[in-house]
Design a protein around this ligand. Structure first.
Ligand code: FPP
Length: 228
């Protein structure tokens, strides 16, 4: 969801207004994803690196997350959305932690759409944490090191049990992955859009999906059915 700040700057507005409009775009994206039959939607809402931003902006982003959960949780739940949060939880303010837990608990049996919120998330941090847990289990004799393969490793990631992303969309023209789903995105298709996140709407999501459909996915193999 990149480009909130630039969207605001281009209109002479404070960055906070860009983030506020970003939440509206998020709300629309979740609705559109549900209508289009998407089963899992992951949003990068606060990265492990975002703590380097000014305290005022961090405060604004935390306030937006809290407001989002308070205002939207009932509607999400009513629409069959299951909320799951990935990222490092230690160090988050107790109020944020309580809201995250409430959202996950309330919606845990829903299955129309899983909304994965990457919050205080970093792909490298997630992989390092998984390696640490595996090392601890091996040191305690609970895990045979020889059993650690790709499938076993995935069970220690925050995304355990979720499918890999098919499509990763980044707005605002940057051609980077920025520590997002590094492991899980190994074979994802990427669509980079020039628009800033607050301008992202259902039409943008549909055109990204159209682009995805035109891609030929080989997962390291050969083109299906042709032998070439
Ligand atoms: C990127 O724009 C966006 C973010 C760092 C935060 C996105 C967060 C929200 C839309 C709202 C909070 C989260 C939830 C779950 C409600 P940027 O600030 O990097 O923009 P810039 O690159 O143009 O400065």
């Amino acid at each position: 969801m990149d480009g909130n700040g630039r969207w605001a700057a281009a209109r002479g507005l404070p960055r906070r207004e860009g983030h506020r409009r970003g939440v509206e775009a998020l709300r629309n994206a979740v609705r559109a994803a549900g209508e289009l039959g998407i089963k899992v939607l992951t949003i990068y809402s606060f990265s492990a690196e975002n703590w380097t931003r000014p305290a005022e902006e961090i405060g604004d982003l935390m306030a937006l997350l809290k407001r989002f959960v308070r205002n939207d949780l009932a509607e999400l739940h009513g629409n069959g959305v299951r909320v799951r949060v990935i990222g490092e939880r230690s160090g988050l303010e107790p109020e944020v932690l309580a809201l995250i837990t409430e959202a996950e608990q309330l919606t845990r049996a829903n299955d129309k759409l899983t909304l994965v919120v990457a919050f205080n998330y970093g792909g490298r941090q997630e992989i390092a944490a998984a390696a640490r847990k595996i090392a601890e289990a091996a040191a305690a004799g609970r895990l045979d090191p020889a059993s650690v393969d790709v499938a076993a490793f995935e069970r220690y990631l925050d995304t355990a049990g979720l499918p890999d992303p098919d499509l990763i969309i980044r707005t605002s023209g940057e051609l980077r992955i920025s520590n997002f789903l590094l492991w899980q995105g190994a074979y994802a298709e990427f669509v980079f859009l020039p628009m800033h996140w607050p301008d992202f709407d259902r039409a943008a999501l549909e055109s990204a999906i159209d682009e995805f459909r035109r891609r030929e996915r080989r997962f390291g193999g050969l083109k299906a059915g042709t032998g070439s």
